[in-house]
Design a binder for this molecule. Structure first.
Ligand SMILES: NC(=O)c1ccc[n+]([C@@H]2O[C@H](COP(=O)([O-])OP(=O)(O)OC[C@H]3O[C@@H](n4cnc5c(N)ncnc54)[C@H](O)[C@@H]3O)[C@@H](O)[C@H]2O)c1
Ligand SMILES: [Zn+2]
Length: 340
């Protein structure tokens, strides 16, 4: 088992990565807990042992379930079982479950402990770590939420065996992102492609942990975790291509590399390195030919991380960083390149 620490003072917590990490759950349930509320999904059948009486609640599937009303329903169930601040919530699932259960934990009784058992690759390398929780509003994704750090994150890599190839690939899109963020987080210079799965997941978890520790509330550094995401979010919102989040991130990474090159920030070799990483994982790098570029442009403006002007996370001589005021004409031209 590999253990990574998220250093946040008295709210620090471990991320355990490895097969059967969920078997370590009992170590992290607070001794004060008299009962535990498990939040998961019907299709997930991962036996866990909490050592205390348990009630299990199932949430729906897909982004449509990620709503205030699901959180309200959960909180009402918690109230009916008399769950209190000495007790604990355990989320078992992907990013949908950890975001929802985490948000419910943040607001129920003004905050009760939560432990995440992450069962998708995306949740293990990204969503379950770092304390961002939330729900969608009809006006947009993840618009309401709270920062609420868990007591522990258990990344049970054995659970990934049942993940569909498509969901696995989606998580891989985030893994690809981490290939280019290591220097900004002071990570050792290793090629993630050479690592076995558990070590690769742990590397990504540690990189995220370091960035969260340095900038918990996304002042600026944490924004680099959105590398590839400005275009990715626009593709997700603006199209019905049925691409998963990580696939959109992959296209977004290739686009960000091309944009950085056209701004003289990186070399053609560095762009090629981006594409080699995407190819290694079998990820897409081109926009589908039917993409309406004119429709994508305003969606990138509207990205909530863009703060008014066109802002991108771009590679450069000092590594990946936030770059404001990027020329929209250049962006449009580079989109043409990435479409072909
Ligand atoms: N909080 C953050 O920092 C953060 C970061 C990235 C993404 N997110 C959020 O994460 C969500 C996406 O998470 P996701 O990609 O894990 O999707 P998901 O949680 O919706 O899971 C995808 C599908 O896989 C199934 N599944 C989960 N684990 C499984 C397993 N082990 N075997 C078989 N099937 C399994 C789920 O039931 C679901 O159908 C989005 O809502 C996104 O906004 C949050
Ligand atoms: Zn992402």
């Amino acid at each position: 088992m590999i253990e990574v620490q998220v250093e946040l003072g008295d709210r620090s917590y471990p991320v355990l990565v490895g097969a059967r990490a969920r078997d370590r759950l009992m170590e992290y349930i607070p001794p004060s807990a008299k009962q535990v509320a498990v939040v998961t999904q019907q299709n997930l059948d991962f036996a866990i042992d909490t050592g205390t009486p348990v009630k299990t609640f199932y949430i729906g599937d897909g982004e449509v379930a990620k709503t205030m009303s699901t959180v309200e329903a959960l909180c009402r169930e918690f109230a009916r079982m008399n769950l209190n601040r000495k007790d604990c919530i355990v989320a078992v699932g992907g990013g949908l479950v950890t975001d929802l259960a985490g948000f419910a934990a943040a607001i129920y009784h003004r905050g009760i402990p939560v432990i995440h058992i992450a069962t998708t690759l995306l949740a293990q390398v990204d969503a379950a770590i770092g304390g961002k929780t939330g729900v969608n509003l009809p006006e947009g994704k993840n618009l309401a939420g709270a920062f609420w750090q868990p007591l522990a994150v258990l990344c049970d890599t054995e659970t990934l065996q049942t993940l569909s190839p498509r969901e696995y690939l989606s998580g891989t899109g985030e893994v690809a992102k981490y290939h280019f963020l290591g220097s900004r987080a002071g990570m050792p210079d290793v090629d993630l492609r050479d690592l076995p799965l558990d070590e690769r997941v742990a590397y990504c978890a540690e990189l995220k942990a370091r960035i969260v520790a340095a900038d918990e509330r996304e002042g600026r550094l944490r924004m680099i975790l959105n590398y590839g995401h400005t275009l990715a979010h626009a593709i997700e919102i603006g199209t019905s291509f049925d691409l998963r989040h990580g696939e959109c991130v992959a296209i977004g990474l290739n686009f960000a590399a091309e944009l950085a090159k056209s701004m003289g920030r990186i070399s053609a070799e560095r762009v090629a390195e981006h594409r080699k990483v995407l190819d290694f994982y079998g990820l897409p790098h081109a926009l589908p030919p039917e993409t309406d570029l004119d429709a994508l442009m305003p969606l990138m403006h509207r990205d909530k991380k863009a703060m008014g002007s066109l802002t991108f996370i771009l590679d450069g001589p000092d590594g990946v960083e936030v770059v404001d005021d990027v020329d929209p004409k250049l962006v449009r031209a580079v989109l043409e390149v990435v479409k072909s």
